[in-house]
Design a binder for this molecule. Structure first.
Ligand code: ATP
Length: 184
């Protein structure tokens, strides 16, 4: 069971900050060790390093979302949901804007990561029937954007041929009220 495996995530070092040696070899060896056990996420403090698994992992579901909801960032094994949850809850406590910057080479998994984050917010944020429309639009806009803006390249069969800036706004009851996507 993946859920159990996640809890018992003891393969390699979960946070590169804790590596004894700060060499490229030690970094890559830790990443490789974790990747061989399908542990694609590793922290560097509050950064998340993600390696594209190129296969479906059973770590993106409602059960996993519930586990990460409202839990301290470092209490559970590294996950993109922990990052999303941390940004959301820091926004609530600090009353200011937050951004998640996703970067990496073509095919690294940036688009997929952004979708996982959106899905997390769609499921975990409070909602109403009216606001569900915003949520649905938020999730359903991706295939349309990809249909027009993606193309097959040597590196990625579904490569985004545009930069993406997503703006998600919340009302005073921290419900998603608006989402805007800008392309460049
Ligand atoms: N977390 C993941 N789990 C399973 N497969 C993934 C994951 N992330 C990426 N992939 C696979 O890798 C492919 C490429 O990922 P993605 O399109 O997100 O890369 P990208 O970094 O956005 O690339 P580009 O810069 O070219 O747009 C996806 O179509 C998907 O098949």
């Amino acid at each position: 069971c993946i859920l159990k495996t996640s809890f018992l995530d003891r393969v390699g070092i979960q946070d590169f900050v804790l590596l004894d040696e700060t060499t490229e070899e030690a970094f890559l060896s830790n990443l490789k060790k974790r990747f061989s056990k399908d542990l694609i996420y590793t922290y560097i403090g509050t950064l998340v390093v993600s390696v594209n698994p190129y296969k479906e992992l059973d770590i993106y579901n409602k059960k996993q979302m519930d586990i990460y909801m409202g839990v301290n960032f470092f209490e559970l094994p590294p996950h993109i949901y922990a990052l999303a949850d941390n940004a959301y809850h820091t926004m609530l406590t600090e009353y200011n804007n937050h951004f998640i910057l996703i970067s990496g080479e073509s095919g690294a998994g940036k688009t997929e990561a952004s979708k996982k984050i959106l899905q997390y917010y769609a499921v975990s944020c409070p909602s109403t029937t009216l606001l569900n429309t915003v949520r649905d639009k938020m999730l359903k806009s991706n295939p349309v954007l990809e249909a027009f803006g993606n193309a097959k390249t040597l590196k990625n069969d579904n490569s985004s041929r545009f930069g993406k800036y997503m703006d998600i706004q919340f009302d005073n009851q921290v419900r998603i009220t608006y989402r805007q996507i800008s392309r460049s």
